[in-house]
Design a protein around this ligand. Structure first.
Ligand SMILES: Nc1ncnc2c1ncn2[C@@H]1O[C@H](COP(=O)(O)OP(=O)(O)OP(=O)(O)O)[C@@H](O)[C@H]1O
Length: 686
């Protein structure tokens, strides 16, 4: 342990006082010894590392007793804060007697008081031969016995304490960098007047910076080591010492040697995501060089526990789950027996591995959303968010801010702090734009920019935000038709149509129909068998609502039927294919122009069971040469809805042709054929 010797002239309580001061900062780290010049004899040698003396003259006298290896430091001393406050409180211009044991020490005391900034008083140096009748206050540095008896107000500041600059000199000489000592010194310096206030604040600032840095480094969940340019360890953090069970003794040691002895592996200075096994743990190491003034000054090593990375992934997944930003389906959720669907799934699985935009096409209810979820779940982005939005169900006015987010106060009703849009929320993950064919033209331009630049701008902001997303879009519309009609941008279509995939309608994959029936039945804990007639009826049916409609039929059958399902147990609309629509036909022919009815239904049937809005209907009628007003269309839609041929959706999804509507079309075809009419006269039903 290092040692400090305090050398004064004669034994007095001064030594104890100074020793006490030094102990406040150095206890447990440094030994303090006392020496008195008056008691030293020729041949005595003081061997402490540092000898502190109270005056330059003592240093000269002590020289011959001090070993060559010791260093002499002349103490700089100061006053405790509380004493200075008493002196500062004396009114300006007051005459104050300064008393010490000799004229020389008295003058030194006055000089010292001036040095620490006490300049508002009229100091009178004490001379034992003079009288000081008009003086009422005396200041003394521990020599109160010399104060003339008539002076009743005595400020005895006692011995002066060790100044912070002396502590810094000692620390510097010892090359001591102990956090505990620094913090004791900071505390000590707060109790005394510092001769050099600059040093005090600078030291304090440095100390605080070190504490802050230490906190940051030690709070890290990764192990950190810093080495100098020759690979000697400069510092390491708590996590590193926990991982490798090392202590302070490694500071200053050669890191490669230490590393190889602990980990028993080759050491490299350049690690990039290097995985090593250590005590049944997988650790990931990275390193990077750091510089001082443009010169390489050392290397920074960071060690991550892979189990922790996994844990983080899991907790991210949990958070996403709570927010609903995860996929609900995987490829395992998709039932498929038919070759067509198997092929489709194989393609989708291949697309999952790419990062390109996918466009899923298919009639309503064929499982487009299911495929979109599964693609994300099987993609490298699977641990990141999956954000889905149905472009047809969100009102046009809201869609923009939902997708792009908005800045604070950008419109009435906006949340005060602003809000990130779905593109931002999906960062690193996938955005699923369902019913993309219904996206308003105004937003299509903005979407194009996202696809081209992977950049967005919040509503009301001019700042560009980079987003790392994959886009999957789905539609039940024929987008090329929409492009021709001018309701979908051609450039956007090509941007989306990078990896197209079309899901076949259920009626084209007969094998899936019965398989799905049994699958959904099983989900409801039901096991049924179908009679031959029932089976053939199910296969004959067109399933315009595809798997969604089939799931509804299962719900109906499982509610109604017994173990054996016969034709009569099937929902009426499935049987309606063969039913007679002559009543309805007579009814509509009395109230409407049947030509218009056929035309409009024909347009519906061309929409592959997808939704179609009034405006689109009007435009498509005009294209086929049929002049029809919007109010006529509205009336027809209301009649079709009443007859159960059409499902009118509130919102922007448009109206859908129902199974019954399709059955009516079939009936019309048969009716026209039996009447010997050309089908084209009554519209081109699919
Ligand atoms: N092959 C399948 N196996 C199991 N369930 C399926 C399958 N295909 C579709 N489904 C189920 O059918 C329902 C409709 O599927 P989904 O919503 O994915 O269709 P969609 O094509 O996106 O429909 P829309 O165009 O109307 O949005 C869902 O409940 C889905 O789980």
């Amino acid at each position: 342990m290092k040692s400090i010797g305090i050398l004064t002239l004669i034994p007095s309580n001064l030594n104890d006082f100074i020793s006490n001061n030094l102990e406040k900062v150095f206890s447990n780290y440094v030994i303090v010894n006392n020496y008195y010049l008056s008691q030293l004899h020729p041949g005595d040698v003081i061997t402490d590392d540092i000898i502190v003396v109270t005056a330059q003259s003592h240093a000269r006298k002590a020289q011959k007793y001090i070993s060559n290896h010791s260093r002499i430091i002349v103490l700089r001393r100061t006053l405790p804060n509380n004493e200075i406050y008493k002196i500062s409180a004396i009114p300006k211009g007051t005459s104050v007697l300064v008393v010490n044991d000799s004229p020389e020490n008295t003058n030194e005391a006055i000089a010292f008081l001036c040095q620490i900034g006490i300049t508002h008083l009229n100091f009178i140096p004490y001379d034992s031969h003079k009288e000081y009748k008009d003086v009422n206050i005396a200041i003394t540095l521990g020599e109160a016995s010399f104060v003339p008896p008539h002076i009743l107000t005595i400020i005895d500041v006692g011995h002066r304490c060790v100044d912070i600059t002396t502590f810094l000199s000692i620390l510097n000489y010892f090359n001591m960098d102990k956090k505990e000592i620094s913090s004791r010194l900071i505390k000590y310096s707060d109790t005394v007047v510092t001769l050099d206030t600059g040093i005090k604040s600078h030291y304090k600032e440095l100390f605080m910076k070190n504490v802050q840095l230490d906190t940051v480094v030690n709070l890290s969940h990764n192990g950190i080591v810093l080495t100098d340019e020759n690979d000697f360890i400069l510092l390491y953090n708590k996590k590193f010492s926990q991982l490798f069970k090392i202590d302070d003794s490694v500071i200053g040691q050669h890191f490669p040697t230490i590393f190889q002895s602990i980990v028993a592996q080759e050491f490299s200075k350049e690690y990039v995501d290097e995985l090593i096994e250590f005590q049944n743990r997988s650790l990931l190491i990275n390193s990077s060089k750091f510089e001082y003034f443009g010169e390489t000054a050392g290397t920074y090593f960071e060690v991550q526990e892979v189990t922790r990375i996994r844990h983080l992934e899991q907790s991210l997944a949990k958070k996403l789950h709570n927010k609903g930003l995860v996929t609900r389906y995987t490829f395992a959720s998709i039932q498929a027996k038919s070759a067509k669907m198997q092929e489709c799934l194989q393609l989708a699985q291949r697309l999952a591995l790419s990062d390109l935009t996918v466009l899923i096409m298919g009639e309503s209810g064929t499982g487009k959303e299911l495929i979109a979820h599964s693609i994300h779940a099987a993609s490298p982005r699977s641990i990141y968010p999956f954000v889905a939005i149905n472009c047809a169900s969100v009102p046009e006015t809201l869609l923009e801010s939902e997708l792009f987010g908005y800045e604070a106060g950008s419109f009435t009703g906006a949340v005060k702090e602003g809000k990130p849009g779905l593109f931002e929320q999906a960062n690193n993950g996938t955005v699923f734009l369902d019913e993309i064919g219904d996206m308003p033209l105004s937003l299509q331009v903005r979407l194009l920019r996202v696809l081209q630049e992977r950049q967005i701008m919040r509503v009301g902001s001019r700042n560009v935000i980079n987003v790392n997303i994959r886009v999957i879009a789905a539609t039940n519309k024929n987008l090329l038709n929409e492009v021709q009609r001018g309701s979908f941008r051609q450039d956007l279509f090509y941007r989306l149509n990078v990896l197209p995939i079309t899901i076949p309608p259920l009626r084209e994959r007969a094998e899936d129909i019965l398989h799905l029936f049994h699958f959904f039945m099983k989900q409801q804990n039901k096991k049924v068998t179908f009679t031959q007639e029932a089976e053939s009826q199910l296969l004959k049916y067109r399933w315009p609502g595809n798997v969604r409609e089939l799931a509804n039929a299962v719900a109906y059958i499982s509610f109604m039927a017994t173990d054996v399902v016969d034709v009569c147990d099937l929902p009426a609309y499935i049987l309606d294919i063969n039913s007679d629509f002559s009543m309805e036909f007579r009814y509509i022919s009395t109230i409407c122009d049947t030509e218009k009815v056929f035309q409009v239904l024909s347009i519906f049937s061309q929409h592959n069971a997808g939704g179609v809005g009034r405006k689109s209907l009007e435009a498509e009628c005009l294209q086929t040469g049929l002049v029809i007003t919007e109010s006529e269309i509205r009336r027809l839609l209301s009649i079709f809805t009443k007859l159960g041929w059409v499902n009118s959706n509130v919102g922007r999804g448009g109206s859908h042709l129902t199974a019954k509507g399709l059955a009516f079309i079939d009936w019309m075809k048969r009716y026209n054929t039996s009447m010997g009419q050309d089908e084209s006269n009554v519209g081109s039903f699919a």
